[in-house]
Design a protein around this ligand. Structure first.
Ligand code: IDP
Length: 149
């Protein structure tokens, strides 16, 4: 039994989820938390906060210089963000699967972006949620949004 428990513990991972300002503004925080919990993931931390330019520069460093970078940062500064650390087996790919593809118009029905998202374009990147894309990103992003966790 200890070996089984150890093997299971090894597969438990954490991811950073953000309900972006469009999601908070539209009152979808509860619906998004509901979907995370309904899937069986656990909430390890939840905080509503106003992102700062410094935090966003670090969070979106890989996109600096792209045409959508500044509009994205401006959008992320347009209102509060709900930052969530979700935990569970396979939660990193699992939440990205719940979120759906980046463009809400193309995202499959049944996903958060597919069911609830709509606006998209170079200047409008309102796709409701962010989810870390790898264990390395998750560790880096959790440290940025939840220093000390
Ligand atoms: P992801 O959030 O699905 O992982 P990324 O490629 O990491 O997508 O892009 C980060 C965010 O930047 C997206 O969620 C979206 O808000 C915005 N974004 C990405 N590509 C575009 C684009 O081509 N036009 C407008 N916004 C974009």
């Amino acid at each position: 039994a200890p070996a089984v428990a150890d093997a299971l513990a090894e597969t438990i991972e954490r991811t950073l989820v953000l309900v972006k300002p469009d999601g908070v503004r539209r009152g979808l925080s509860g619906e998004i938390l509901r979907r995370i919990e309904a899937k069986g993931y656990t909430l390890a931390a939840v905080q509503l906060l106003d992102a700062t330019p410094e935090l966003l520069a670090a969070h979106y460093a890989e996109h600096e210089g792209k045409p959508f970078y500044q509009p994205l940062v401006d959008f992320m500064l347009s209102g509060p963000t709900l930052a969530i650390v979700a935990e569970g087996q396979g939660v990193i790919p699992g939440f990205r699967s719940l979120a759906g593809t980046t463009d809400p118009t193309a995202a499959a029905p049944g996903t958060i972006r597919g069911d609830l998202g709509r606006d998209w374009g170079l200047k409008v990147q309102q796709n409701l949620v962010h989810g870390s894309d790898s264990p390395e990103s998750a560790a880096r992003e959790i440290a940025l949004w939840f220093p000390g966790l």
